[in-house]
Design a protein around this ligand. Structure first.
Ligand code: NAI
Ligand code: OAA
Length: 313
């Protein structure tokens, strides 16, 4: 299996490293626009192989897409990260240009690839990659839900003093302030979380989760990479090993949840064909309202992208 990761920065290099040391692919190609940068990162990861004992080949290239040819999965992390005081949406015009040009190059050389978008604003960059690639919606998706759910699970594990492994949760909606964590569908070793934690503490955890990316941007001056890079690698693994994992993933909705033509995080089954199935949960009225708010926000940013593209045309 061959996997390309575009963008050899913090998230892309972390993702490539996880793909390599966990031997998720035989070959990982890292691409960046900065001369020598991807080559250096790929070489560093390869030099770690005798220490961490793996044989995945890592190759770095500067903008040479011929080396990515025949990739089974491509992860797009290229683009600016936000700085303190910015929202993810502030990145739209720069990152849309980058994601769209990268996607064109990817499909030219790997027409059968499954594309996982990571660049922000996530839901709208997934839209940008999807319309540029002209691939079926099952083959172009965005990573955010695994990360957001992981933050929620990590905060819960800390509050309850239990292993994060035993916390199962699902979260829906856009990757931003309007994301929709679902305490009703959160369990700890099979026990509903609401039996183990008070409402006030749970609400505080939900709020911290919604602001999880911003908390790290404030601490570090740039956005997170260890959890995001690992989350993208986990999606790659589900696809290349046909694991049929159930994850929240950003995909174009076509009638599911009563939503049409908007890209939002929903629970899916992820396997060798990409999105094998979208799972439709029964939401109560409050949850439906939260999802509707999220849909409205993502739709607005999608329209902003349409205007940017129309102005360029
Ligand atoms: N979906 C999610 O949950 C998350 C998304 N992100 C997003 O991922 C993106 C990357 O973040 P970082 O890795 O921290 O940024 P970074 O600045 O460390 O790396 C980005 C890399 O992209 C490269 N790049 C720019 N234009 C390119 C092009 N046309 N072709 C190839 N490479 C190009 C840059 O040279 C740079 O090395 C950002 O947009 C960030 O907001 C970050 C964390 C989580
Ligand atoms: O917060 C950011 O800008 C990066 C990101 O999407 C996250 O870490 O959730």
């Amino acid at each position: 299996m061959k996997v390309t990761v575009v963008g050899a920065g913090n998230v892309g290099a972390t993702c490539a490293d996880v793909l390599a040391y966990r031997e998720i692919a035989n070959e990982v190609v890292l691409v960046d626009i900065k001369e020598g940068f991807a080559e250096g990162k790929a070489l560093d990861i390869w030099q770690k192989a005798p220490i961490n004992l793996y044989d995945t080949r890592t190759v770095g290239v500067t903008n040479d897409y011929s080396k990515t040819a025949g990739s089974d999965v491509v992860v797009i992390t290229s683009g600016l990260p936000r700085k303190p005081g910015m929202t993810r949406d502030d990145l739209i015009s720069t990152n849309a240009g980058i994601v769209q040009s990268v996607t064109e190059n990817i499909v030219k050389h790997s027409p059968d690839a499954i594309i996982i978008v990571v660049s922000n604003p996530l839901d709208v960059m997934t839209y940008a990659a999807h319309i540029t690639s002209k691939l079926p919606r099952t083959r172009v998706m965005g990573m955010a839900g695994i990360l957001d759910t992981a933050r929620y699970r990590a905060f819960l594990a800390e509050a309850l003093n239990v292993s994060p492994k035993d916390i199962q949760a699902v979260l829906m909606g856009g990757h931003g302030d309007t994301m929709v964590p679902l305490p009703r569908y959160t369990t700890v070793g099979g026990i509903p979380v609401t039996e183990l934690i008070g409402e006030e503490e749970l609400n505080a955890i939900v709020e911290r989760t919604k602001n999880g990316g911003g908390e790290l941007v404030k601490l570090m001056g740039t956005s997170a990479w260890y959890a995001p890079g690992s989350a993208a690698a986990q999606m790659v693994e589900a696809i290349v090993r046909d694991q049929r994992r159930v994850f929240p993933v950003c995909v174009k909705l076509e009638g599911e949840y009563g939503i049409d033509g908007v890209y939002l995080g929903v629970p899916v089954i992820l396997g060798k064909n990409g999105i094998e199935k979208i799972i439709e949960l029964q939401l109560n009225d409050d949850e439906k309202q939260l999802l509707e708010t999220s849909r409205g926000h993502v739709k607005e940013v999608m329209e902003a992208l349409d205007k940017i593209n129309a102005a360029k045309a």
